[in-house]
Design a protein around this ligand. Structure first.
Ligand code: F6P
Length: 341
């Protein structure tokens, strides 16, 4: 069988582990040919192919990013790019496609599956907000990086008696903010799930600094917003593909805190540092498990499904049920972060 493979959307550590598993398992166990597409859906539209063999996946496990390249590009019926996808798949005699991606890539995958192409998807995003799976590839590494950054900011905050605002990624969900905030001992964690009240933030910081501390760490997800009608007027600005202007909320929050408390305040924007570098063992293992499961599913003739971690098991969930949905941080986890303030 000729199986197509692509990685789409923002990159993350652990993608190469999934690619490696697809190629090794596909060739070794099933004798399939794996045809990679460069730069996500864009490569399918352009017919930009890379036939994959063992020579391409040597030594890639510890390497971040994606050896296939990626792009924020989603084919649409309206501009003819969906037709171009179908034409390339036919020309390359692709019988099934494995798509590794986050919300945008998976949404496009479900549209292509509806058009009759056999598709199995694998979830990846450091934001961890793909519905239907406990974990997405890349999240674990990002939490590690953010936690280490918070630890480092901690010592300088304490030395200088400062408030430190640390902005982490997370457009629609605060998974990195909440997990790294808890692990790094942040005093406040602000996530998109619960619009914050700047007056409460200021009250909390003033009380803390008066009562028992001379520094504070505030972790804010890039998609966090102040509550409507509150004392802080702010609207999140997003780009063409929903990406948020890095640093906007972090800078603004630091400014508001300094103005309203008089405390010396600094901001650290972690940005793409969270998406780079070597994957943790957990992400290497997750990528490997998802790659093997996706290849098994394709080989058994399954389609329109996504690999998902459910507890200890890797299962298949219908793509149509999860594509386009956001998995939010549950309130009980947010409460843990707040309880430890
Ligand atoms: O991949 C998800 C994400 O990391 C978001 O948290 C962030 O808003 C976005 O990607 C940044 O995208 P880009 O790399 O296109 O700037």
């Amino acid at each position: 069988m000729r199986v197509g493979l692509l990685t789409g959307g923002g990159d993350c550590p652990g993608l190469n582990a999934a690619i490696r598993a697809v190629v090794k398992h596909g060739e070794g166990r099933y004798g399939h040919s794996i045809i990679g597409f460069r730069n996500g859906w864009k490569g399918v539209v352009d017919g930009d192919v890379l036939p994959m063999g063992r020579q391409h996946i040597r030594n890639v496990l510890p390497v971040g990013g994606t050896l296939l390249g990626t792009a924020r590009f989603h084919p649409k019926a309206e501009d003819g790019s969906l037709d171009a996808v179908m034409a390339t798949l036919e020309a390359e005699r692709i019988e099934a496609l494995i798509c590794i991606g986050g919300d945008g890539t998976l949404h496009a995958a479900s549209k292509v599956a509806e058009a009759g192409v056999k598709i199995v998807a694998i979830p990846k995003t450091i934001d961890n907000d793909v519905a239907g799976t406990d974990l997405s590839i890349g999240f674990h590494t990002a939490v590690n990086i953010a936690t280490e950054a918070i630890d480092r900011v901690h010592t300088t905050a304490e030395s200088h008696n400062r408030v430190m605002v640390v902005e982490v990624m997370g457009r629609h969900a605060g998974w990195i903010a909440v997990n790294a905030g808890i692990a790094g001992g942040a005093e406040l964690v602000l996530a998109p799930e619960e619009p914050f009240d700047i007056e409460q933030v200021v009250k909390f910081l003033k009380h803390r600094h008066r009562a028992h501390a001379n520094f504070s760490i505030v972790v804010v997800a890039e998609g966090a917003e102040p509550r409507e009608g509150g004392a802080m007027d702010y609207t999140t600005q997003v780009g063409k593909y929903g990406e948020i202007i890095a640093g906007a909320i972090g800078d603004r929050l630091a400014h508001e805190i300094e103005q309203r408390t008089g405390f010396d305040t600094r901001v650290t924007i972690l940005g793409h540092v969270q998406r780079g570098g070597s994957p943790t063992p957990t992400d290497r293992i997750l990528g490997s498990r998802f790659g093997v499961a996706a290849m098994d599913a394709i080989s058994e003739g399954k389609s329109g499904v996504m690999t998902a971690l459910r507890g200890e098991r890797v299962e298949l969930v219908p793509l149509a049920e999860v594509a386009g949905k956001v998995k939010h941080v549950p309130l009980d986890l947010l409460r843990v972060a707040q309880a430890l303030a």
